[in-house]
Write a protein that binds this ligand. Structure first.
Ligand code: FES
Ligand code: FES
Length: 187
């Protein structure tokens, strides 16, 4: 288990210390971080915890590059304050790896299909597909999975190969494999 990241305290201009401690399970490991109240989940994941697969671009909830799963549900980490995930489960693309260290079926499907170009957007895409496949109302419906992906923008236009990977996952049902449902899922 990685030690806590307490980062010291920064006094406010009036001399008071306004930092708050946030504890959450991140990729299956309990982490505690002392942050300013305005710190976003995106900032904490990248700057305090060093999880750089979570990427900030627009900062206003439009591009999807900062996607994480909070309690198994897709969320834009640029819009979430760290304090809002206190006591909750946060999953990044790194957290989808199986306990054996192997890639998850979704990660492997992207790799097999070459569903990446510069890859800036891909960790978020992988998380979104992972969540969609585990949504009882969307997981068996390709149109619904596409709808999930509507919030993930890709400047390289790699959508066709992403959808190929989705088709592979839905074609043989491996996207619903039990071991994956336990990784940031709702099962
Ligand atoms: S950086 Fe969060 S949605 Fe674009
Ligand atoms: S692969 Fe380059 S932004 Fe999506």
């Amino acid at each position: 288990m990685t030690p806590d990241f307490t980062g010291g305290s920064v006094p406010d201009s009036d001399g008071t210390d306004s930092r708050v401690t946030v504890s959450a399970r991140v990729d299956g490991v309990m982490r505690s971080v002392s942050v300013e109240p305005r710190a976003t989940v995106l900032q904490v994941l990248r700057d305090d915890l060093g999880i750089t697969s979570v990427r900030g671009t627009c900062g206003i909830g439009v591009c999807g590059s900062c996607t994480v799963l909070v309690d198994g549900k897709v969320a834009s980490s640029c819009l979430l304050l760290a304090a809002q995930v206190d006591g909750r489960d946060v999953t990044t693309c790194e957290g989808l790896r199986l306990p054996s260290g192997e890639l998850s079926t979704v990660q492997q499907a992207f790799l097999d299909r070459g569903a990446y170009q510069c890859s800036f957007c891909i960790p978020a895409m992988v998380l979104t597909v992972h969540a969609a496949l585990q949504d009882p109302e969307a997981g068996c419906d390709r149109a619904a999975v596409r709808e999930y992906l509507a919030g993930n923008l890709c400047r390289c236009g790699t959508y066709p190969t992403v959808l190929d990977a989705v088709a592979d996952l839905m074609g043989d049902g491996i996207g619903n494999r039990a071991e994956d449902r336990s990784r940031g899922g709702t099962a």
